[in-house]
Design a protein around this ligand. Structure first.
Ligand code: GDP
Length: 445
């Protein structure tokens, strides 16, 4: 069962439960059985599915629910939460540290998308101001070095490799040493992948690991392989200490269970690959993934569900805003993303943006949407420090240039985005202050 079908089947099961005249034990069981069947067909491990079902049942005790509570919403929430739990290992994982050289090694079977992912990972960080470099220690696959070279050249990222040297350990060590000397702060090592989990592959991987002492090993997994992913991930984990996982090919006909299966290995999924292009690479967020799976977070197919989703999203945003002293760039990006998803922030969040008419004059919605999309891309090129700040003055000339470079847009447009941010942040702060004054209790909980 492919990803889209899995989402549809789960949504359908929830929908049927919601439409039942009376929500009783039987309706709940039917709904959970349908979801379990869909997950199993998507190749998700039996144990994960069984645990999910029993956890929902434990959390939704129909007999003890007070009268008047919306059972349907409670069940739906419990299901979404449990699906998120399946994906969220809750474990902290290594993220590259500024001010030092970080070595990250990529492992995985041939064809999983390892080489492509190495460049995507480098490109993602380069846009955020890192100085990445790529080392091709894949001497097994003919053409691996040329592929990496081509990708790296396109992204303007320095690379190291050899057509002549056959010892991957030697290349890895030379490459890492060279880029350390050149003060690169993120050195990415691509290793060989074979068709099967063979002893020679693991031995080679272990040797490269010992020689380069990476700060993080990322396992790259093709989401279309279904159940086999669990054994594969386990085998790699036993050979080197895998710290994180990237699940590739989540676009197209991926077996939906892919990301869920990796969860069973208890390694955090940190990114997903959603296409062949360099920027088709997303930070993985369990909740977003599940919402999207259920058709609640994706652009396409969302429009017809706006009515249902809109209020939840508005409530979530409101909740977030209530607990924020400052409107950071990260929050601004989130607002734009949500607005972008539900069509237009200004028309869908009128209660937040009093001057909605002024911000989105009639007839200009399309243009504003396109602009918002570009602003979102610009903020993708901001560092965490920048995203967590609410002071546009921090974004000085060199930062503006870096963001413009990363987003591939003129400097003037970044400045325009900063100005827009300032206007909206001011507007929201005033409205929030007023809301808190009018309803101070809300900010407690
Ligand atoms: P490697 O052998 O593991 O290094 O795999 P490659 O990086 O050469 O990728 C194998 C194929 O998968 C190539 O055709 C890539 O373009 C493609 N690929 C990699 N990641 C993705 C992805 O996220 N989505 C899609 N659709 N294709 C991908």
């Amino acid at each position: 069962m492919v990803l889209a079908q899995l989402g549809e089947s789960i949504s359908q099961a929830i929908h049927e439960m919601s439409n039942a005249t009376i929500v009783d034990e039987k309706v709940l069981n039917d709904c959970l059985n349908e979801i379990a069947r869909a997950l199993l067909q998507a190749d998700v491990q039996f144990k994960l599915v069984r645990d999910m079902v029993s956890n929902v049942k434990k959390k939704v005790n129909l007999n003890n629910l007070a009268a008047g509570l919306n059972k349907r919403k409670i069940i739906e929430k419990a299901i979404v939460n449990e699906l998120c739990e399946m994906l969220d290992t809750g474990k902290p994982f290594f993220t590259p540290q500024k001010g030092k050289t970080n070595v990250v090694m990529f492992v995985g079977l041939q064809g999983s998308g390892k080489t492509t992912t190495c460049t995507k990972y480098a490109y993602y960080h380069q846009k955020k101001g890192w100085r990445p470099a790529l080392v091709c220690a894949d001497t097994f696959r003919a053409g691996a070095f040329d592929q990496l070279k081509q990708n790296a050249t396109k992204a303007k990222i320095p690379y190291y490799g050899s057509h002549l040297e056959s010892d991957p350990v030697k290349i890895a060590v030379e490459g890492v040493e060279r880029f350390k000397k050149e003060n690169h702060d993120l050195i990415i090592v691509d290793t060989s992948g074979r068709h099967k989990q063979e002893a020679a592959l693991f031995e080679e991987m272990r040797q490269v690991f010992e020689a380069t002492k990476p700060d993080l090993v990322i396992f790259v997994m093709d989401s279309s392989i279904g159940q086999a992913a669990f054994d594969q991930a386990q085998a790699f984990k036993q050979s080197v200490s895998v710290g994180a996982v990237v699940v590739t090919k989540m676009d197209g006909h991926a077996k939906g269970g892919g990301a869920l299966i990796v969860a069973a290995t208890k390694s955090p999924v940190i990114f997903i690959g959603t296409g062949e292009h360099m920027d088709q690479f997303e930070v993985f967020d369990a909740k977003q993934f599940i919402l999207r799976l259920l058709g609640k977070g994706d652009l396409s197919g969302l429009l017809d569900k706006i009515e249902a989703v809109d209020m939840d999203q508005q409530a979530e945003l409101l909740q977030q805003l209530y607990h924020k002293e400052n409107i950071t760039f990260g929050l601004y990006q989130y607002i734009l993303k949500m607005g972008y998803q539900v069509c237009n922030v200004t028309s869908h969040l009128p209660f937040l943006l009093g001057k909605s008419k002024e911000l989105a004059p009639e007839g200009q919605e399309k243009e504003i949407l396109a602009k918002n999309k570009r602003y979102i891309i610009m903020m993708d090129s901001m560092t965490n420090e920048e995203l967590n700040c609410s002071n546009p003055k921090l974004i000085n000339g060199s930062r503006i240039m870096r963001i413009a470079r990363g987003a591939g847009c003129p400097v003037g447009e970044v400045m325009e985005m900063l100005k827009k941010y300032k206007d909206i942040a001011n507007e929201l702060s005033v409205r929030l202050r007023n809301m808190k004054k009018q309803n101070p209790r809300r900010s407690d909980g």
